[in-house]
Design a binder for this molecule. Structure first.
Ligand code: NDP
Length: 451
């Protein structure tokens, strides 16, 4: 039995049967059986089923948001936005069923054409920080491209994935096309990685588990997409709009209680602007409302678990705390938004992914040092550059080794644009048209026409 906790109260909010190897194998078998018919469905019919699912998800947005807010401990306003994105993601990829195009290539003696073929059964393994959102980034393009799916959500947050399976069936997705298996990663996840009938694994989670999955998938030459950790830099030059940068920097680290692979948790500030920046940052951090996820005014909830709170605490040395926000006392896995300053880029808190509401403010001198520091990490997922000098912004954006970068903004994710990491932040891209490459093979067909 899985006992699902509510992080704000540390109480059990649901219990559900725990899947193991047998249930995982059964789910793969169902997906395999459903594959030929799903793959053969006319593209417009497949699109219509997925449009129907997008509408059904939109209709359930509030219920799903409340469930996700309670189970993941995220503010209801954020959860509502995420569930809106889930519906939009299905709507976007529904259309892709009809525009997943091939090419014609000029060659001698005939016609050469390419087709985008589905892979078969794909295994999707997702984390607890954005449970249904990250699931939708994988499920929607996988189904649109004609694959069938086994989805393994994190055991800490399986509830919205279980709802997704039900909503999909009600919306007309044929039986067996989407199968959710709620069970431990080391059992169900690993079985998907090893299973000979699974053609691909798409995974979001820690770099450590990602490494294990890549090694396991090599046995059967499975395709692999990995979205892993991050330690992104928010580079603030002295000529930036410091008010705007300071207003935005806290939520770029403390959003989702810092449990965000895109968290811009290294705030690199040009030394001459350091004092002013910290002065502007302090009231924003202190005014952040940390509390009940279901309260409309809350901007930050609890951490996901006691384990996570212990890990995060291990990075905070009181001597380096420059700003500390507030957090409720008592039950629940609370941790206050915390700013460490000044910090060296080499310190443990600046080098390792904390996955909690802890920001490191790091001084730098000039453009070259900013870029060197931004790149001095094993990760490369997101990042930002703040300056009023457009040429400098573009030079820095090109030089920083990262998959997603924003100028004068701290946003990372849009349904229609690619998302993914450089270096040890991952392999492959999600969202946008690029995600479809991850769920299809290119087939090349040559037709000899005799001239
Ligand atoms: P984990 O890597 O522990 O878990 C992610 C998923 O993998 C869960 O469903 C988990 O199952 C499963 N899993 C665990 N072990 C195995 C295994 N041996 N084989 C197959 N699957 C397995 O990460 P967390 O969920 O704890 O998330 C925190 C980390 O993930 C952070 O480092 C963060 O940076 C990264 N992350 C990256 C994102 C990105 O987009 N790049 C997004 C979100 C998080 P279960 O938990 O049920 O046992």
């Amino acid at each position: 039995m899985i006992r699902v906790l509510e992080p704000a109260t540390a109480q059990v909010m649901a219990e559900l049967p725990q899947a193991g190897v047998e249930e995982t194998d059964a789910a793969v078998a169902r997906a395999r059986e459903a594959y030929p018919a799903w793959r053969a469905l006319d593209p417009d019919e497949r699109a219509n089923v997925l449009y129907g699912l997008a509408d059904a998800l939109r209709a359930k947005q509030e219920d799903l948001a409340r469930l996700e807010a309670r189970n993941a401990g995220k503010p209801i306003s954020d959860a509502r936005g995420e569930m809106g994105m889930v519906a939009d993601t299905f709507r976007y990829y529904a259309g892709a069923s009809e525009w997943l195009l091939g090419d014609t290539i000029p060659v001698a003696g005939g016609v050469d054409m390419t087709f985008r073929e589905p892979l078969g059964v794909v295994g999707l393994i997702t984390p607890w920080n954005f449970p249904l959102t990250i699931a939708s980034w994988k499920v929607a393009p996988a189904l649109a491209a004609g694959n069938t799916v086994v989805l393994k959500p994190a055991e800490l947050t399986p509830l919205t994935a279980v709802e997704l399976e039900k909503i999909a069936l009600e919306a007309g997705l044929p039986e067996g096309v989407l199968n959710v298996v709620a069970g431990p990663g080391s059992v169900c996840g690993q079985r998907l990685v090893e299973h000979p009938d699974v053609a691909k694994i798409a995974f979001t989670g820690s770099t450590e588990v990602g490494r294990r999955i890549a090694a396991g998938a090599a046995e059967t030459i499975k395709r692999v997409t990995l979205e892993l950790g991050g330690k992104s830099a928010n580079v603030i030059f002295a000529d930036a709009d410091l008010e705007a940068a300071a207003a935005s920097a806290p939520i770029a680290v403390f959003g989702n209680a810092g449990q965000d692979c895109c968290a811009r948790s290294r705030i690199l500030v040009e030394r001459s602007a350091m004092d002013r920046f910290l002065e502007l940052l302090e009231p924003v951090v202190r005014d952040m409302r940390v509390g009940d996820p279901l309260d409309e005014g809350t901007v930050m909830g609890p951490l996901i678990s006691e384990d996570q709170r212990e890990t995060v605490s291990s990075y905070v040395d009181d001597d380096h705390v420059a700003i500390r926000g507030s957090a409720p006392e008592g039950e629940g896995f609370w941790f206050p938004p915390t700013v460490l300053a000044p910090v060296s880029n080499k310190d443990r808190a600046a080098a390792e992914e904390i996955f909690g509401p802890v920001a490191c403010v790091i001084p730098f001198e000039g453009e070259a040092e900013a870029i060197e520091m931004a790149n001095d990490t094993i990760y490369g997922l997101s990042g930002s550059v703040w300056t009023r000098d457009g040429a400098k912004a573009l030079r820095a954006a090109r030089a920083i080794e990262t998959g997603v970068l924003s100028i004068n903004s701290n946003t990372s994710v849009r349904v229609s644009t690619p998302f993914g990491g450089f270096k040890q932040s991952g392999v492959g891209r999600e969202l946008g048209p690029h995600a479809l490459d991850a769920y299809s093979e290119v087939k090349n067909v040559y037709y000899a026409t005799g001239g």
